[in-house]
Design a protein around this ligand. Structure first.
Ligand SMILES: NC(=O)c1ccc[n+]([C@@H]2O[C@H](COP(=O)([O-])OP(=O)(O)OC[C@H]3O[C@@H](n4cnc5c(N)ncnc54)[C@H](O)[C@@H]3O)[C@@H](O)[C@H]2O)c1
Length: 420
């Protein structure tokens, strides 16, 4: 049995723990959180009474003889924690996306894990959602021919959604020196950049252009981002785009965050639409107009994935299974350190483009450029101005939420039962 220690028992640990709870090959033996109550609450929730609790993760690593450490903390802590665990002899580390707040830190993590022969996974889950796996399988079979254009729209809805604290769980996300960017394009965006590469069978993009607005004061959106994939000679050029749209008055019950994703992929002989991910399972999923996958090709429209579980939690379970399998069989996980660093590079490019109003190339985002201050994301959150903007924005959401509650719309917590 692989002995797992979790560092950080905040919001996302609820979902990250599931893959270990259901695994026959691994068990959570310890949780470290500087806020002891967070760890106590989560262990209670998971029904794990035997695991030890630590406030200092270093003490946990020293005492517990761990096979796996799962790092679920704010981004600026990922590198020091990874480096410490690697040096202390933990053989396998899974670190939540984004790999780190800077590319310099990503490189340090790769180097430390190589030096100490540690298996490193950068945990990204969207590509493991059951309907996304199905879409990838269809695309790889050539259902729409050669893939030429990718588009993803993330809509920030009015909820209702799972509860989380704006001070404890959100404040660090608006501080660029802790997050690495903003909560949408960098933090959440990593998932979408991952889909943009993985579903299109690409490892990187050539260049990016972007507009990022900070309308609500605490979110880097609405945003519009465009890119070109590397193009082979005599082949059709390939492009992609990403939007973050604000829809504060849109009722959209979610078991998780108040957002939803819609993807459109064009190919040389067809098109694919992928509906929903984060909030899947709500009334939109039940509408016949919104099956998980729709494909148009050869004069026919077909739906796919209607039999698959449209619940975001399975993406976490599957991604953890990928890591446990990689540890057991000594294989590379998805993503490795290099892959994870690529996602961070991609997610930084739009900020530099927005700041300098120009196309930004992949190779410009390096540790060397960070040291020269030539690819640093600018701070956007200022206490007075941003909080005033946020209050104005949230007033609108809350007003409509009251209406929604009267209509019986509410957030429902999922149960810890396994349904495959
Ligand atoms: N995969 C996804 O879809 C997804 C979704 C949300 C968050 N995340 C990622 O998960 C990570 C954590 O996010 P979150 O939303 O759970 O954050 P959070 O703020 O809710 O939780 C962070 C936890 O880390 C603890 N912590 C902070 N410093 C610590 C230290 N020095 N030692 C021990 N514990 C410490 C905090 O007390 C807190 O409990 C981030 O990398 C984030 O980007 C991923």
């Amino acid at each position: 049995m692989l002995r797992v220690g979790i560092i950080g028992a905040g919001v996302i640990s609820k979902l990250n723990a599931l893959g270990y709870i259901y695994s026959k090959d691994a068990e959570i033996v310890a949780v470290a959180d500087k806020d002891r109550d967070n760890a106590i609450g989560k262990l209670e929730r998971w029904g794990i009474r035997t695991a030890k609790i630590y406030e200092d993760y270093k003490e946990m690593v020293e005492k517990e003889d761990l096979d796996i450490v799962e790092i679920l903390t704010p981004h600026h802590l990922h590198a020091p924690m990874t480096e410490y665990c690697a040096k202390a002899g933990v053989p396998a580390i899974s670190v939540q996306k984004p790999m780190a707040h800077s590319i310099t830190d990503c490189q340090k993590m790769i180097d430390a894990c190589k030096e100490h022969d540690v298996k490193l996974k950068v945990f990204e889950n969207f590509i493991f959602a059951p309907h996304i796996l199905k879409a990838k399988e269809l695309l790889d079979e050539g259902i729409i021919g050669e893939r030429t254009n990718f588009r993803i729209n993330t809509v920030l809805t009015g909820g209702p959604h799972m509860p989380y604290s704006l001070i404890e769980s959100y404040l660090w996300r608006v501080q660029v020196d802790k997050c690495g960017g903003g909560p949408l394009v960098y933090d959440d965006g990593i998932h979408k950049f991952s889909l943009a590469l993985w579903l299109m069978n690409q490892e990187r993009v050539e260049k990016v252009y972007a507009w990022i607005d900070y309308f609500s004061g605490i979110m880097d959106g609405p945003s519009n981002i465009f890119w070109k994939y590397p193009t082979e000679e005599d082949k059709l050029p390939k492009y992609g785009s990403m939007e973050f749209s604000l829809a504060p008055n849109m009722y959209f019950p979610s078991n998780y965050y108040a957002c939803e994703e819609f993807i459109e992929i064009s190919g040389t002989k067809g098109m694919m639409w992928i509906n929903q991910c984060t909030s899947g399972g709500n009334f939109l999923s039940k509408a016949s107009e919104y099956p998980p996958i729709i494909v148009y090709t050869d004069g026919e429209v077909k739906n796919y994935g209607e039999d698959l579980a449209m619940d975001w939690r399975y993406s976490f379970i599957n991604s953890t299974e990928d890591f446990i399998g990689a540890v057991k069989n000594d294989e590379d996980p998805v993503y490795t350190g290099e892959g994870g660093m690529g996602l961070s590079i991609f997610a930084k490019m739009p900020y530099i483009s927005n700041q300098e109003q120009r196309e930004v190339y992949w190779d410009e985002i390096t540790p060397f450029a960070e040291a020269n201050n030539s690819c640093l994301v600018e701070k956007f959150f200022t206490k007075r101005k941003s909080i005033f903007q946020m209050l104005k924005y949230n007033w609108r959401v809350r007003k409509d939420m009251k209406k929604g509650k009267k209509q019986g719309l509410k957030h429902t917590e999922f149960k810890y039962t396994y349904q495959k």
